[in-house]
Design a protein around this ligand. Structure first.
Ligand SMILES: Cc1cc2nc3c(=O)[nH]c(=O)nc-3n(C[C@H](O)[C@H](O)[C@H](O)COP(=O)(O)OP(=O)(O)OC[C@H]3O[C@@H](n4cnc5c(N)ncnc54)[C@H](O)[C@@H]3O)c2cc1C
Ligand SMILES: NC(=O)c1ccc[n+]([C@@H]2O[C@H](COP(=O)([O-])OP(=O)(O)OC[C@H]3O[C@@H](n4cnc5c(N)ncnc54)[C@H](OP(=O)(O)O)[C@@H]3O)[C@@H](O)[C@H]2O)c1
Length: 409
């Protein structure tokens, strides 16, 4: 990976804590978490790196003590901006009954057991019966199934949130159907070739899930791993699985930041990605000299991770993808005459200091937001490890932003 000599990197993070899905998505008992956090620590130890936590860019922070900075303000004070804000939503099925009690988004459930403040109050009800349905057969579905079926005493030793241990220990769920619309050649699991059509109650006056109905599907080409699912012969009877709890686990979804449209930053809604050249350079359609439409580079804007290529890939592939974008940025930086934000690359714009002044975010500033720096995160980290030590775990996460900020002081 090439380097931009003496470049300063300011990283803005909406939460007071770093690591994104590595902290709030990856299952608590997976070893990747540790390796990834160690790599992050190494990068953060550079004197040219600044962590700016508890500050949301372009979207309102979801708690009163969080700072919000307009994207336009960021664009004024840097030569280059890289978007890697992941995928904060998930895909929906759009079928009847999706809002019944007992039907959950796997994304929210995963955030809940991993202590994400936004979903700390999810309180999934796992006491209504023994049957659970998970729709989708991706790795997230498998993580959810494992959490539902794992011995709670094994989970207790991981950094899973304490509220999740309490709920899972009272769970009545004994049987989990992981349902896919394609067959064993395209993935693997137990309930194949079924596509959900409705979530059902026992009676019209009930609002709680009782069963899930599926139609049968057939494959466009049975032995092709890329085959897609087609509706089967309509005379085939539907399949109904008893289910008192269901999880929709059909993939995450990125959204554009609200200022993208007014600032002319292109977002491909269909694929849920920032339009880019594949190496992370943000690009938009423009009319060429011959009047034909072609892709034009958006000076100084880059993207990486799930918001660059869609919500797929593991930590290793996401890191590779980040390196590729960094390489493209370094290549542009080294090329004389390439236009960046605010002119050619100079590296001497105001950066965080200017953004802070412009938005009243200095210590005691008018908006009083509590910006968390790397030392602040270290204090939260230390306090979480100490809480964990007392209950025999590596870490007991704070699940409320206010509690994290109380530690920072
Ligand atoms: C449930 C689940 C389990 C997984 N388990 C594994 C595993 O075991 N092993 C593995 O290798 N991979 C795993 N993955 C994949 C891995 O987590 C992803 O590949 C990787 O985290 C994607 O990185 P990202 O940077 O694109 O997004 P994220 O990790 O989501 O990071 C995005 C960051 O941007 C921040 N952000 C969002 N909006 C704003 C804003 N407006 N302003 C400021 N900050 C913002 C978020 O708070 C977050 O910190 C898992 C994924 C999921 C969903
Ligand atoms: N341990 C790990 O390494 C780990 C853990 C968790 C996540 N991850 C990674 O994170 C990424 C995201 O995982 P994910 O599980 O959210 O997504 P995913 O891998 O894309 O899986 C989504 C699943 O939902 C199904 N689906 C989509 N739309 C559907 C619909 N309308 N009706 C029925 N089923 C539908 C898909 O079926 P089709 O195939 O038929 O479209 C697929 O089975 C993946 O790359 C994954 O590998 C890794």
């Amino acid at each position: 990976m090439s380097k931009i000599q003496n470049a300063k990197v300011d990283m803005y993070e909406a939460l007071p804590v770093p690591f994104g899905l590595v902290r709030f998505g990856v299952a608590p008992d997976h070893p990747e978490v540790k390796n990834c956090q160690e790599k992050f620590e190494e990068v953060a130890s550079s004197p040219n790196f600044t962590f700016i936590g508890n500050v949301s860019i372009g979207t309102k922070s979801d708690h009163p003590d969080g700072g919000t900075i307009p994207l336009a303000s960021i664009l004024r004070h840097y030569n280059a901006v890289l978007f890697s804000y992941g995928a904060a939503k998930d895909r929906t099925l759009g079928i009847p009954g999706e809002d019944l009690k007992g039907v959950y988004s796997a994304r929210e459930f995963v955030g809940w057991y991993n202590g994400l403040p936004e979903h700390a109050d999810l309180a999934p009800d796992l006491t209504q019966g023994e049957e659970a349905v998970i729709i989708g057969q991706g790795n997230v579905a498998l993580d959810v199934a494992r959490m539902l079926l794992e011995d709670v005493d094994v989970l207790r030793k991981s950094d899973i949130a304490e509220h999740a241990i309490e709920t899972l220990s009272k769970s009545k769920v004994k049987r989990v159907h992981i349902v896919g619309r394609r067959g064993p050649m395209q993935s693997w699991s137990l309930d194949f070739l079924l596509s959900p059509t409705t979530f059902n109650t026992t009676s019209p006056s009930s609002h709680h899930l009782a069963s899930t109905t599926f139609t049968r599907t057939t494959l466009s080409a049975p032995f092709d791993p890329k085959a897609y699912a087609l509706p089967a012969d309509p005379s085939e009877p539907p399949v109904t699985l008893p289910s008192q709890v269901a999880f929709r686990s059909i993939g995450y979804k990125s959204e554009p930041l609200p200022e993208f449209a007014p600032l002319g930053i292109p977002f491909n809604d269909r694929w849920g990605v920032i339009s880019n050249d594949g190496r992370g350079r943000v690009q938009h359609e423009e009319r060429g000299r011959d009047a034909a439409m072609q892709m034009g580079r958006f000076p100084g804007l880059y993207c990486a991770g799930w918001v660059k290529r869609g919500p797929t890939g593991v930590i290793a592939s996401t890191m590779e993808d980040g390196f590729a974008t960094a390489d493209a940025m370094a290549e542009d930086w080294g090329n004389k005459g390439v236009e960046f934000l605010n002119g050619e690359a100079s590296g001497d714009l105001g950066g965080w200091e200017a953004v802070k002044r412009e938005n009243g975010l200095e210590v005691g500033g008018e908006k009083g937001a509590r910006v968390v720096d790397w030392a602040g995160w270290r204090r939260i980290d230390g306090a979480e490890r100490e809480r964990g030590r007392k209950v025999g775990k590596e870490r007991e996460k704070f699940t409320r932003t206010a509690d994290m900020l109380a530690v920072v002081g």
